[in-house]
Design a protein. Structure first.
Length: 234
């Protein structure tokens, strides 16, 4: 199989205006990946499937990743006017000079959601090639193109990423929840997801779940008792 760098060069040569970024993996596996721009993602995926050198005809897995906002501290050099006392003919006088100083500044880098695709070629017995896409942020702009029109196996897996992470796949033929119920309002695999302390079903045998359920019930009973006292006092 060609290297990821060679595949990137082939994509850029075959797909006009394709924006592909090489994402290096520093781990021991060194499984580098390609970040695709939204505008050309479906065209790039079609090229990877149909090109006789690659024939990535099998999409084995689609997974989601949630990247939270990141606070970055950096040092920058700025030029500021500084007033100093300098010697003059009649003694000390004030003079404004420009001085370069180093300041520490903080900025917030917006987080985003990511979907990661693992591609294989059954015909050529090669892979995986890892490609990924990212949303603009993790709040309002959470769309990315669906690759289901290229690999049918993406259909259920993109639904799972939609359900658990909240990525909206435009062009998906049947984008709806697949694990959670339709009325569920959140996305359980988000890193800032807060689990409820109320369980409508019978508590499981797991100690932590049972404890939270009992605490919730005792809290409800305490509230009901308070209400009864208020009614009696009235």
């Amino acid at each position: 199989m060609q290297t990821v760098e060679e595949i990137k060069a082939a994509i850029e040569a075959a797909v006009p205006a394709a924006k592909v970024e090489l994402i290096l993996n520093p781990g021991p596996a060194a499984e580098h990946s390609l970040l695709l721009s939204h505008a050309k993602a479906v065209e790039i995926a079609t090229f990877l499937r149909d090109n006789p050198k690659f024939k990535f005809d099998f999409l084995s897995n689609v997974s989601g990743v949630d990247w939270l906002d990141k606070e970055i501290t950096e040092k920058v050099k700025v030029t500021k006017p500084v007033t100093k006392l300098v010697d003059g003919p009649d003694g000390k006088v004030e003079q404004t000079l420009e001085e370069t100083v180093e300041e520490t500044r903080k900025r917030v880098e917006p987080g985003y959601l990511e979907s990661v695709y693992h591609l294989y070629s059954i015909a050529l017995r090669q892979g995986p090639l890892v490609v990924r896409m990212r949303t603009a942020n993790r709040t309002e702009q959470v769309e990315m193109p669906s690759l289901t029109p290229v690999w049918r196996s993406a259909e259920f897996q993109e639904r799972e990423v939609f359900d658990l992470y909240g990525v909206v796949f435009t062009g998906h033929p049947d984008l709806r929840r697949i694990l959670m119920w339709d009325e569920f309002k959140d996305h359980p695999m988000r890193r800032d997801y807060v689990e409820p302390d109320d369980f409508e079903y019978e508590p499981t045998a797991h100690d932590a779940v049972l404890k939270r359920s009992l605490e919730h019930k005792s809290g409800e009973q305490g509230t009901e008792g308070t209400r009864e006292q208020e009614v009696g006092a009235a």
